[in-house]
Design a protein around this ligand. Structure first.
Ligand SMILES: CC(C)(COP(=O)(O)OP(=O)(O)OC[C@H]1O[C@@H](n2cnc3c(N)ncnc32)[C@H](O)[C@@H]1OP(=O)(O)O)[C@@H](O)C(=O)NCCC(=O)NCCS
Length: 425
């Protein structure tokens, strides 16, 4: 570890310091130094974030060589209110200073701070999958991509449908979109908030942004005129000769009812002169194929990890969600970094159904009892939102327990919908 180089905090409102910090972080992601416009956007985005830098003297000048950004944000969990987590981002070390322990120092210091501050979880999106397992993170949501062939799209007669209306939204008018997204992200495990700065940046369409120069946003309203879905897409002319063959790329599609969801997909897949739609960062249990007479009109894949979680407080993390199954298990959670390891009793009694949806509240407490299941802190993070099969982890040798207890874990942690996070942060 390179203990000689000091870690310092950066004031996110200090433009000069932020420029040095952003120049270093962008270089590690192979990008040029920020323009003044990009810096303005960054200032707005990170105004209340925690920025860390490591500096070194390079060519006689002190420069930022490593960066980390963290902030508090809510992640939706099964059956309960979203949980505030330590969101980790912009973890970079310049190639000249890599593999000297700088990331390890910055990240472990921040995780300790978050745990001491009472947060039960940390979250991030990994640039490369091998980096974060050693820090106790595990994959909590997965996403996939779709290609829809419009010539084969026909909705089933029983596909949900309701009266409503569609309208184009002018660039920059994002209030209705933000409201729809906020309702949708709370309703599904893995959902992540988008603040005003996120929407302001999304509203500025153009090259290299959320929506390109041919971007459009269409809002759906229900019969009463209340917004209940939107789709944001870009168009490209991919015709050959006189044969029309435009392609739509969906940047974002969010709906709070299946009928609005259907209306938006029906809209995009029936635009004249457009023959196919692509969409990335979609849920692995996307509804669209189930709505179609020919589900092969939707080609799905690949599936990749998206949101990673790190448990900082085992009792807090297990208590934050609700469960559909009932059961009692003693879990020994092993944490090689020594931040959160604990042996706990998770008890979910049948019949204590809190609300009409069948979610059950758990009782969770530390215990000296012998464990039924021994698992790593990263494996617990993977199970927490219901996105990873306990049976698969058991078969992979990553849970130490009987097959029956792995099955019991599977029943306890399963969720009706796959967890999904479509928001980069
Ligand atoms: C990824 C990155 C931040 C790692 O920083 P670093 O200071 O070199 O990391 P550390 O020296 O603290 O490494 C800690 C351990 O993780 C391992 N590791 C680090 N980066 C890794 C990678 N990309 N793949 C696999 N292992 C990696 C190291 O080998 C080391 O292992 P060890 O403890 O067994 O020796 C840095 O290489 C970087 O900025 N890469 C480009 C930008 C990026 O991908 N950032 C991540 C954003 S999510």
């Amino acid at each position: 570890m390179d203990a000689a180089l000091p870690m310092t905090s950066i004031d996110p409102r200090d433009r000069v310091a932020l420029r040095d910090w952003a120049t270093a972080s962008r270089a590690a992601f192979l990008q040029p130094a920020p323009t003044e416009e990009a810096l303005d956007e960054r200032l707005a985005e990170v105004a209340d974030h925690r920025l860390t830098a490591v500096r070194d003297v390079v060519g006689g000048e002190e420069r930022v060589v490593a960066t980390l950004r963290t902030f508090d944000a809510e992640v939706a969990v099964p059956g309960a209110e979203p949980v505030v987590v330590d969101a980790v981002s912009t973890a970079t070390v310049l190639p000249t200073h890599r593999r000297r322990g700088l990331l390890s120092r910055m990240l472990t210091a921040d995780l300790e701070r978050a745990r001491d501050g009472g947060l039960a979880l940390a979250a991030l999106i990994a640039a490369e999958a091998p980096i974060y397992g050693r820090f106790g993170f595990g994959t909590a949501t997965r996403s996939t991509s779709l290609v829809v062939d419009h010539t084969h799209v026909r909705f089933r007669p029983d596909a949900p449908s309701a009266p409503g209306s569609l309208e184009f939204v002018p660039a920059g008018r994002t209030e209705d979109l933000a409201r729809v997204h906020d309702r949708a992200r709370r309703a599904r495990p893995g959902g992540f908030p988008r603040d005003a700065a996120w929407w302001a940046a999304a509203g500025r369409r153009g090259e290299g942004r959320w929506l390109g120069t041919r971007g459009h946003v269409v809002l759906h309203r229900d019969e009463a005129g209340v917004p209940d879905g939107y789709v944001a897409y870009d168009l490209a002319d991919t015709s050959t000769g006189r044969v029309a063959g435009g392609t739509a790329t969906v940047a974002d599609l969010s709906a709070t009812t299946p009928a609005a969801y259907r209306a938006l997909w029906e809209f995009v897949t029936s635009i004249d002169l457009v023959r196919s739609t692509r969409a990335a960062d979609r849920p692995v249990d996307e509804l669209l194929p189930h709505l179609l007479v020919d589900p092969r009109a939707v080609q799905t894949g690949p599936v990749d990890d998206f949101l990673w979680l790190r448990v900082l407080d085992v009792v807090g993390a297990l208590s934050a969600r609700r469960y559909l199954g009932a059961g009692t298990l003693v879990l020994e959670v092993v944490d090689p970094l020594g931040l959160a390891g604990a042996t706990v009793r998770l008890h979910v009694a049948p019949g204590e159904r809190g609300d009409g949806e069948g979610w059950l509240s758990p009782e969770v407490s530390t215990t000296g009892a012998a464990p039924d299941v021994v698992l790593g802190v990263g494996e617990l993070a993977s199970l927490l939102l219901g996105g990873t099969s306990a049976m698969a982890l058991h078969r992979a040798g990553r849970l130490r327990c009987s097959p029956a207890d792995a099955h019991a874990l599977q029943r306890l942690f399963a969720t009706p919908e796959a967890p999904w996070c479509p928001t980069w942060f």
